[in-house]
Design a binder for this molecule. Structure first.
Ligand SMILES: NC(=O)c1ccc[n+]([C@@H]2O[C@H](COP(=O)([O-])OP(=O)(O)OC[C@H]3O[C@@H](n4cnc5c(N)ncnc54)[C@H](OP(=O)(O)O)[C@@H]3O)[C@@H](O)[C@H]2O)c1
Length: 240
């Protein structure tokens, strides 16, 4: 049975992914910063006979290593790593470059880029124990540099967030080239109805259920020859 690790499961798309994976025959390792403060997650896992969520803060080396040690002891491998956890600025999506707070920018990078890198590199030995190791990272269409034009829908100058997702795409490309035995994908979920997607009074068009259904399927079915690509959940390539 595939061992599936999902980050950032307390709410939003991560919680949606947990619901979807509970319907599939997988061994789920749901993680979030503080499981005791995620009652909805705890109930879904319990109702579906999956183990309790494990704590994981992407920005803490100790937390990431403890998770890896736990998974090694319990399952000895990871088949799918779904890097979902992410952070946006407090005024998301309004963050023009001339005004942005560079300390906040560093926090966004610490989570979205360095944190995702840390989890991925720490779990790599366990991924290499799988016969079909896959890593799907939730990126964003806002990370596309060529689509950063006023004519695009969803045009926001979310500078720190955009920069972090562009960097995340590059990170995934680097992983794909350096570790060819693992399949890596960067996937844009579209604009989704979550705390982040609805921030600043917006109403996002896509539901968490729809997006999580598509992304969980893609993470299971992604193909080696796609490794390093940036795409949407319908597998349409997005230009960098
Ligand atoms: N919603 C959209 O329209 C949209 C569009 C494009 C891309 N995305 C991406 O989709 C992913 C999920 O976003 P969402 O919309 O579901 O956002 P959300 O509702 O704000 O949820 C973000 C999740 O990430 C977790 N998280 C943040 N920092 C973390 C850290 N240091 N360690 C561990 N977990 C951390 C949060 O945990 P806490 O509950 O502990 O804060 C929460 O579970 C993100 O990567 C986001 O950038 C979203």
């Amino acid at each position: 049975m595939d061992v599936v690790v999902v980050t950032g499961c307390s709410r939003g798309i991560g919680l949606g992914l947990v619901k979807q994976f509970c319907q599939k025959k997988v061994q789920l390792v749901a993680t979030c910063r503080n499981p005791s403060k995620a009652p909805e997650l705890a109930k879904i896992l319990k109702d579906n006979g999956q183990p309790e969520a494990l704590p994981l803060d992407l920005t803490s080396k100790e937390s990431v290593q403890t998770l890896a040690d736990n998974i090694k002891t319990k399952y000895g491998k990871v088949d799918i790593l779904l890097n979902n956890a992410g952070l946006a600025t407090k005024n998301h999506p309004h963050d023009p470059p001339q005004d942005l707070d560079t300390l906040e920018m560093m926090q966004i990078f610490e989570t979205n880029v360095a944190g995702t890198c840390l989890v991925t590199q720490t779990l790599l030995p366990l991924l290499k124990e799988s016969s079909n190791p896959r890593v799907l990272c939730i990126s964003s269409f806002l990370g596309s540099i060529s689509k950063n034009t006023p004519s695009e829908t969803n045009f926001y100058m979310a500078t720190s967030y955009r920069c972090s997702k562009s960097a995340l795409n590059q990170l995934i490309r680097c992983f794909a080239l350096s570790v060819p035995e693992v399949t890596f994908l960067s996937v844009s979920p579209g604009h989704v109805q979550t705390d982040m997607g609805n921030a600043s009074g917006r109403t996002a068009p896509l539901t968490v259920d729809h997006v999580s259904d598509k992304i969980s399927d893609l993470s299971i079915n992604m193909k080696k020859e796609q490794s390093g690509a940036f795409m949407d959940f319908n597998q349409e390539i997005i230009p960098y």
